[in-house]
Design a protein around this ligand. Structure first.
Ligand SMILES: C[S@@+](CC[C@H](N)C(=O)[O-])C[C@H]1O[C@@H](n2cnc3c(N)ncnc32)[C@H](O)[C@@H]1O
Length: 332
C-alpha cells in the first residue's frame, strides 16, 4: 500500500464531493444500485440492531448507509482515504471513522460482530496484502461474528465494462483530440491572418479527423440517449466533444488561460479514470484466487477457525453474467 494509492483515492472522493467537471466522471452508480441495496438490506435485516458493524474500505459509506437507514447505530468505516471518510461522516452522523489500510488497521481485536466490504477489501494490493487484510478481519471479529463481502470478479459484467472503458480511453488518448483542440483554440486567439490561411484550414481538418473515431464509437450505440445516462464514460466523452466544440466556436467568450486549463483538466481526468479502471481490473478476484486465500487462511488458523460458506455470485438486472462475488464466512 503506497501513499500514492491513498492520494489517488483522496482525489477521486474529493472530485465526487465537489461535483467537478460537469458531473461527468464522478458517479460510479454504486450508491443507487438496486441489487446491491436489496442485498445489503437483506443482510442487515437478519441482524439485531445492536450489532457492531465494521466496513472495510468503506469509501463514502454506501454500505453503512443501508444499515443506518435500518436503525443500526454502532457503525464503523475504515478506508485509506480521509476524503471518503469525511463524506461518509456528513452522511451518517455518529459513524466512527478509521483512516488506515485494510491490511494494517490498528483496530482493537475481537471488537466487531459483523465485518462487511463492498468492492473494497480486494483493493488491499497484492495477494499477500489481501491475505493480511483477511487476517485483520479475522482478528478484529469476535467469536461468533460474521463476514459478508461483495468483491470484483475477473469474469463478470463490471470487468467487461472496465475493459471496454480502457479501450475507449485509449481511443480518445491516441486520437490526439484534446491536443488538437488546444492547438485550434490557441490559433484562434492569435492575429487573424493566422486563422485565415491554409495552415489553419489544415489544423481544423486534423481536428475533425481526430474527433471522427470518438464520434463513430458514440454513434455505434443504438440507444445513445439511454446509454449516455447509464454509462459514465460515455457521458464524459460527450461532455468532452460538446464543450470543446463550444469553446472553439465561441472562443471570444473564453480566456485562453481558462480554456487551456480546462483542456488540461480533461486530460488529467482521463488519466485518473484510466488509473481507476486499471486498479479495478487488478483488484478483481478469480475463483482460484479465493480458493488459494481460503487455503492459506486454513493453514494459518486451522480449517475450522474460519468457516466459509459456498462461494456465490451477485447478478445485476437478471444478467446471466455475474457482477460480483459474494463471500460469506463466520468465526465460530
Ligand atoms: C471501489 S471503492 C468502494 C467504496 C465503498 N466500499 C463502496 O462500495 O462505495 C474502493 C475503496 O477502497 C479504498 N481503498 C483502496 N485501497 C485501500 C487500502 N489499501 N486500504 C483501505 N482502503 C482502500 C478506496 O479509498 C475506496 O474508497
Amino acid at each position: 500500500m503506497t501513499n500514492t494509492n491513498a492520494k489517488n483515492w483522496d482525489n477521486y472522493w474529493q472530485g465526487r464531493a465537489s461535483q467537478q467537471s460537469g458531473n461527468a466522471l464522478i458517479e460510479v452508480g454504486i450508491e443507487r444500485n438496486h441489487e446491491l441495496k436489496k442485498f445489503w438490506t437483506k443482510v442487515f435485516s437478519n441482524e439485531v440492531k445492536s450489532t457492531k458493524v465494521i466496513d472495510f474500505a468503506c469509501g463514502a459509506g454506501s454500505v453503512l448507509e443501508h444499515a443506518n437507514n435500518l436503525g443500526f447505530s454502532d457503525l464503523s468505516g475504515l478506508d485509506v482515504s480521509e476524503k471518503a471518510l469525511e463524506v461518509m461522516s456528513q452522511k451518517i452522523a455518529g459513524a466512527k471513522t478509521i483512516c488506515a489500510p485494510v491490511n494494517l488497521t490498528g483496530l482493537e481485536s475481537e471488537a466487531y460482530d459483523l465485518a462487511v466490504s463492498q468492492f473494497g477489501i480486494e483493493y488491499a494490493g497484492d495477494k499477500d496484502s489481501l491475505f493480511k487484510a483477511f487476517k485483520e478481519i479475522y482478528r478484529t471479529l469476535r467469536f461468533g461474528g460474521k463476514i459478508v463481502i461483495i468483491a470484483h470478479t475477473t469474469d463478470g459484467v463490471i470487468m467487461e465494462g472496465c475493459l471496454a472503458s480502457l479501450k475507449q480511453i485509449n481511443l480518445i488518448k491516441e486520437s490526439g483530440f484534446i491536443e488538437r483542440s488546444q492547438q485550434v483554440f490557441t490559433a484562434l486567439k492569435e492575429p487573424s491572418e493566422k486563422t485565415n490561411g491554409e495552415a489553419f484550414y489544415e489544423l481544423t481538418q486534423k481536428l475533425n479527423d481526430t474527433a471522427q473515431p470518438i464520434m463513430e464509437w458514440l454513434k455505434s450505440y443504438p440507444e445513445l440517449e439511454a446509454e449516455k445516462t447509464k454509462n459514465e464514460f460515455m457521458r464524459f466523452a460527450y461532455h468532452l466533444l460538446e464543450s470543446s466544440h463550444r469553446l472553439i466556436t465561441h472562443h471570444t467568450n473564453y480566456s485562453e488561460t481558462d480554456a487551456l486549463n480546462w483542456f488540461e483538466g480533461m486530460k488529467e481526468e482521463l488519466e485518473a479514470y484510466k488509473g481507476r479502471m486499471l486498479s479495478m481490473t487488478k483488484a478483481a478476484l478469480s475463483s482460484q484466487d479465493i480458493s488459494d486465500l481460503k487455503e492459506k487462511l486454513a493453514a494459518e488458523y486451522g480449517p475450522s477457525k474460519l468457516d466459509f460458506e459456498e462461494l456465490k455470485t451477485l447478478h445485476f438486472n437478471s444478467n446471466t453474467k455475474p457482477a460480483a462475488w459474494v463471500i460469506r464466512a463466520s468465526k465460530p
